[in-house]
Design a protein around this ligand. Structure first.
Ligand code: FAD
Length: 347
C-alpha cells in the first residue's frame, strides 16, 4: 500500500505496508521497555491478526539502544523497532516527540498510532494527532475492530462505543489495565525483530521547541509501581496526617503492595500526588484493592473500580465505597490497621 520514496531509515525494512500497520510509541527506562508500553502492543494485536506492529523509541546514547534491543525481543508481536537516537530526545519532551511521530507517519503511512494512557502517551499522542490533523480516541478499554473501540465516559459510569470514521492514521491511547501482557509473550533471541535507526539529519530545525526540560525527581522505593501492582493499599482523608499515613505504607510493605491515595489525602499533603488514584490520578486494576477511610466518590471509583477484589474499611456503613466492595468492614481504621499489622507475618 505504501512505498516511501526516500526513507529516513538506514534499513528500509518496512517499505511495503499491510492494510493494518500500527506504530506503538514506546516508553523506556534504564535500557528496558516499560511494561505499560507492552500493553499497547497487546492492544494493537487486537486490531487484526495480520497487523504489522512497529515500536518507535526515542532517546540518546546507550540507554535507547539497549531499550531497542530489549524491544526487539520482548514481545513476539513486534515486527520492527524504529529508533531515533539523538540529543534532541535525551529527555521525553512532548514537542520533539510529536514532531518525530509526524515525520515517521509521513514516511511510514501507518493505519494506526497507539500509546498507553499514562502521562507519556497523554502528553505526546494528542500533540502528534494535532500535527497530523486527526482526532485521537483516548482511554480505550476494548478493541472490537480496526475502527471500533470502547471507552469510558462520565468518570467510568458509562461505556461509549466509538467508530472512527476519520482519515488515517487512527490515533489511540489505551488503558494498560485493560490489556494485560501475558507472561509468555517474549520473543526468542533467534527471531528478534529488526531494528531500524532514524537518520538524525532528517530531524531538521523545527524539532526545536519552546519547552525546556528542567529535572526529574522520583522517590526511591522498593514498593511495586502503582500502575502495575498486584495489590494496592489506599488511604483517604480519614488518615488525618502524613504521620498517620505511614500506617498505610507499613501495611503495604507487609503485603508487598503499592500505596495509593485519594485526592483529598493528596490535597491535604499526606502523600505526593503521583500516588493519587482516580479520574485525575492513576487508573489501577490490581488483584486486590484495599481502601481505608475512603468514601468512594465517583472520581475515585473511576480509577479503581476494575480491581478484581475490593476490600473497604470505613466507619460509615452508608459510605458509597461499600457499593463496589467485595468485602466491607464497618470499623475504625485506627483500630483495624494496627490489628492487621500485628496479625500479618513479617515479610
Ligand atoms: P472523604 O470523602 O472525606 O471521605 C473520608 C471517608 O473516611 C468517609 O467516608 C468517612 O466515613 C471515613 N472515615 C472517617 N474517619 C474514619 C475512620 N477513623 N476509620 C474509617 N473510616 C473513616 N478523588 C480521588 O480520589 N481521585 C481523583 O482522581 C479525583 N479526581 C477528581 C476530579 C474532579 C474534577 C473532582 C471535582 C473531584 C475529584 N476527586 C478525586 C475528589 C473526590 O470527589 C472526593 O472528594 C475524594 O475522593 C474524597 O476523598 P476521601 O474519600 O479520602 O475523603
Amino acid at each position: 500500500l505504501f512505498a516511501p520514496s526516500s526513507s529516513p531509515f538506514s534499513k528500509s525494512s518496512f517499505s511495503v505496508q499491510r492494510l493494518i500497520s500500527t506504530l506503538v510509541l514506546g516508553e523506556h527506562e534504564g535500557g528496558s521497555i516499560k511494561a505499560q508500553s507492552l500493553s499497547a502492543v497487546v492492544a494493537a494485536k487486537l486490531l487484526g491478526e495480520d497487523n504489522s506492529i512497529s515500536m518507535l523509541l526515542a532517546g540518546s546514547g546507550p540507554s535507547v539502544q539497549e531499550a531497542a534491543t530489549h524491544a526487539a525481543s520482548c514481545h513476539s508481536s513486534i515486527s520492527q523497532v524504529i529508533v531515533a537516537d539523538s540529543d534532541k530526545f535525551t529527555y521525553p519532551v512532548a514537542e520533539p516527540w510529536a514532531k518525530l511521530v509526524q515525520l515517521i507517519q509521513q514516511k511510514g503511512g501507518y493505519s494506526h498510532i497507539m500509546a498507553t494512557s499514562g502521562s507519556f502517551g497523554k502528553n505526546i499522542l494528542p500533540r502528534a494527532a494535532a500535527l497530523l490533523d486527526v482526532s485521537p480516541i483516548t482511554d480505550v478499554i476494548e478493541i472490537s475492530g480496526p475502527q471500533l473501540f470502547v471507552r469510558p465516559i462520565y468518570a467510568g459510569n458509562a461505556l461509549c462505543t466509538v467508530r472512527y470514521t476519520g482519515s488515517a492514521p487512527c490515533m489511540l491511547t489505551v488503558r494498560s489495565t485493560s490489556f494485560p501482557v501475558p507472561l509468555t509473550s517474549a520473543n526468542s533471541k533467534s527471531d528478534a525483530a529488526p531494528i531500524s535507526q532514524v537518520d538524525p539529519s532528517t530531524f531538521g530545525e523545527d524539532m526545536v521547541c519552546k519547552s525546556k526540560y528542567l529535572n526529574h525527581t522520583s522517590q526511591d522505593s522498593e514498593r511495586p509501581d502503582l500502575g502495575n501492582a498486584r495489590i494496592v493499599v489506599t488511604g483517604g482523608r480519614a488518615l488525618k496526617s502524613a504521620e498517620n499515613f505511614k500506617m498505610i505504607e507499613k501495611l503495604a510493605e507487609k503485603l508487598g503492595a503499592a500505596v495509593g491515595a485519594t485526592r483529598a489525602a493528596v490535597d491535604a499533603g499526606f502523600v505526593p500526588n503521583e500516588l493519587q488514584v482516580g479520574q485525575t490520578g492513576k487508573i489501577v486494576a490490581p488483584e486486590l484493592y484495599m481502601a481505608f477511610g475512603v468514601s468512594g466518590a465517583i472520581q475515585h471509583l473511576a480509577g479503581m473500580r476494575d480491581s478484581k477484589v475490593i476490600v473497604a474499611v470505613n466507619k460509615d456503613a452508608d459510605a458509597p465505597i461499600f457499593q463496589v466492595a467485595d468485602y466491607g468492614l464497618v470499623g475504625d481504621l485506627f483500630e483495624v490497621i494496627p490489628e492487621l499489622l500485628e496479625k500479618l507475618p513479617e515479610k
